[in-house]
Ligand binder design. Sequence first.
Ligand SMILES: Nc1ncnc2c1ncn2[C@@H]1O[C@H](COP(=O)(O)OP(=O)(O)OP(=O)(O)O)[C@@H](O)[C@H]1O
Ligand SMILES: [Mg+2]
Length: 341
Amino acid sequence: MNLPLTHPHALWAASCKLLALWSFHGLGEVMSGLILAALVVVFVAWQLRRNALRKLAEELKSSQEGAHQLERERDLAQEEVFRRLYEERELNKEKIQFQAQLAEYEKYAALARLALGAAHEINNPLLGILSHLELELRATSDSEQRAEIEQCIAGAKRISATLRGLVNYARPGPLVLSKISLHRLVMDTLSFLEGQPMLRDRQLENQVPADLPHIRADANQLSQVLMNLLLNAAEATPEGGQITISASKLTYVDSIEIRVSDTGCGIPPDILPHVFEPFFTTKRGKGTGLGLSISQAYVRSHNGEIRADSVVDHGTTITITLPIRQEAADEVVKEESQVVV
Ligand SMILES: Nc1ncnc2c1ncn2[C@@H]1O[C@H](COP(=O)(O)OP(=O)(O)OP(=O)(O)O)[C@@H](O)[C@H]1O
Ligand SMILES: [Mg+2]
């Protein structure tokens, strides 16, 4: 192998050859001293160059590491920017939702004030009219007059019932909480409604699991909500249709979800956003339009939520989400250890 002369091994070999030649020709020790000195110089120079190269390689390596570190920091900064953007977008979404909710509550509060005032103003004279009509009815034997008075009484009672509904909507009473088995509550509500003609020839199914965790709620209010939903479902479902109540515990939160589904006519998309508004009804002359709004008021007083999903000609599902426990302060708590319903 031919090594360059600057390499120490090649230099050593060449020097040895030269020394042998010189010793042979009798050139003296002066020359060998000179060669040794040259060798030392070359060796030192080679060593210096090697050190410089090693230092250069180390610098290159550390600058490469620095570059990697910078890349990592850049990636982290990018991730942080994306995370902040995402957070900002979520915050904006929440803000919009909150503003919409606030506007809805303001509307609700204004309506509630109006409703309570109107109910008070109407109810007192109405009670006077009703008792006067009942006296008249007792005093009359003429059948035609009796029929007219009876019609007036029915009308006045209807107004009174609407007012009661309105007051319930505007000011749901304090919660009377008890431990409730939803399966039993649904069973009781269904057996109470079974005799109603509008539920005849419709299949009613209680799919609420019997082992669902008990919830703390106002049994009366919850039962009224279920009745409102079941009556709506019955009115929308033709004979042979199906109405189902199901429920399940939600996975990540301490809440349950109750669903009342029917295979009825469904709600058109332009009507759907209005169904929880007080007095909104498509049953002219028959409905007051308070069923769903009262239900919403009751569910909200349990810190729950209610929503409607519907497909025209396929059916409607009303979903209620209720916390398993209640944290409201202005509640009346019934005997805790006992399951009331
Ligand atoms: N399950 C359902 N299927 C189809 N439409 C429904 C259903 N539930 C509610 N709706 C629609 O929502 C409207 C409002 O319902 P809500 O219960 O508040 O009042 P209502 O049933 O009309 O009257 P009320 O309950 O006071 O007798 C109904 O008139 C109907 O158009
Ligand atoms: Mg109704």
